[in-house]
Ligand binder design. Sequence first.
Ligand code: NI
Length: 185
Amino acid sequence: MILPIYTLGQPVLRHIAEDITPDYPDLEQFVADMEETLERSEGIGLAAPQVGRSIRVVIINLEPLADDMPEYAGFHHTFYNPHIEEYDDSETETLDEGCLSLPGLHERVKRPTRIRATWMDEQWQPHDEWVDGYLARVMQHEFDHLDGKVYTDRIIGLRKQMLKSKLNDLIKGRFTCNYKVKVKR
Ligand code: NI
């Protein structure tokens, strides 16, 4: 079932999401619904709060990028209970980001290129890994959603000032997009 995407202004996007256990009710169906929703909206990542559930579940599908980044061919995974443990601040990169919860907006965001994250995989095996490259970027964006943050929170100063009216339009539901959304009106 395709779920509506909660957009900026919905309180659930600002909550700290909870860790879950493998026996979380109807987890398999929920993840299947997230997959279907991500596919329909043509995104590369989706976090559970974006479909209204404040739990630590994220899907990342980098297959659409594999033409340019062959190292991500077949990369399509579910992450349970992810947490960013450390940021390597020695190197940062500024890249364009967009988000299904902020339709139509794309902005450059500066982030560390390398992070250490922990998570459980599809088989509920624990991982504790340093991650770099584009995956580290996407993980930071998606895992931020679990801590009540969206990418525009990472933009500061004059550029943030210039974004204000656009963010306000999003909060007020003044946008169009081609997937199902749940707007705070
Ligand atoms: Ni996002």
